[in-house]
Write a protein that binds this ligand. Structure first.
Ligand code: KPL
Length: 302
């Protein structure tokens, strides 16, 4: 299959390497156009994958059979709308990022749109990407045109298992949103690895209560207790991780807070619900972000 991967960060490089090894024709797409992208990946078993791949080739894009998007949530809409003009109308677009809200922003697309969340962990270390832990990628249709694309799950599973297909991906997206509403802002406030959030059970539980309340109103059957158990499991299994939001704050990059807690607040407002704990966290993170964005160009960093 001919596949363009938009975004060549840690997750993008992991997918490029996995799809290439599986025999697919792949190209990377960088926001600052370059003719090549270099993949430098250390696998979980210590083996190294080193390859230079083509990048930003418009002819390749026009013939792509899949556009896989691994950008940060706030980068997705603008970049996808630009590439969608060149992409065939029948080519599916799969979004893999933290947070929610991009499906609404891209509701005008003619292409089949899919969305997903992953528990694969990869991080940059200098010019190397380290595949830290295997996980599961949950994918499903994000618009009606994508309902018949479950065959993509098999293709992607062969390249980078596990893949789980969901006819209704929103339930999985909300569960991941709950995890990110807890771990991401709290690790910034306490400047700590994920595991240390076990020392703040009251805050973790209060966030889960509010998220469960909004989820119920959105029509997803859950309970604060079930969410809390799930979130605690992820805190433990990623105990040594530095969350993506804390990494962003440490290097003064724009965070995904608007698509994580911000999305929760937006849905809570739509249902007339008050979520004071999450509102406070949102304000605190925005304040931190504004401190460095005000003093730079005024534009979100990359
Ligand atoms: O998705 C994550 C992130 O850091 O953004 C978690 C699951 C919290 C792992 O660190």
């Amino acid at each position: 299959m001919k596949i363009t991967v938009l975004g060549c960060g840690a997750l993008g490089q992991l997918w490029l390497a996995s799809l290439y090894k599986q025999g697919h024709e792949v190209q990377g797409w960088l926001r600052v156009p370059q003719p090549f992208c270099h993949i430098n990946l250390v696998e979980t078993d210590g083996s190294v994958f080193n390859q230079t791949l083509i990048a930003n080739d418009p002819d390749f894009l026009a013939n792509s059979e899949l556009l896989l998007v691994t950008l940060k949530a706030w980068q997705v809409s603008t970049a996808v709308k630009t590439l969608a003009a060149t992409l065939p109308a029948s080519t599916p677009i799969l979004l893999l990022h933290n947070g929610m809200g991009t499906l609404d922003e891209l509701s005008m697309l003619r292409q089949p749109l899919l969305s997903g969340v992953t528990t694969h962990a990869a991080r940059r270390d200098g010019n190397m990407i380290i595949h830290v832990a295997h996980g599961t990628t949950h994918i499903g249709p994000g618009n009606a045109a994508a309902n018949d694309f479950s065959f993509l799950a098999d293709m992607l599973h062969d390249a980078l298992p596990e893949i789980a297909w969901h006819n209704n991906i929103l339930a999985a997206s909300w569960k991941k949103l709950a995890v990110n509403c807890v771990i991401n802002p709290l690790t910034v406030i306490y400047n700590c690895p994920n595991g240390e959030l076990r020392h703040y059970p009251d805050e973790v539980s209060a966030i889960c209560h509010e998220v469960a309340m909004v989820m119920e109103r959105e029509g997803h059957h859950t309970s604060a207790e079930a969410l809390l158990l799930y979130v605690e499991e992820i805190i433990d299994s990623t105990r040594a991780n530095i969350s993506s939001m804390l990494q962003d704050i440490r290097v003064q990059r724009h965070t995904e807070i608007d698509y994580i807690t911000g999305y929760l607040l937006q849905r809570a407002r739509a249902h007339g619900l008050s979520v004071p704990v999450n509102s406070r966290l949102y304000e605190l993170i925005k304040r931190k972000e504004n401190e460095y964005e005000r003093t730079s160009t005024g534009l979100p960093g990359s």
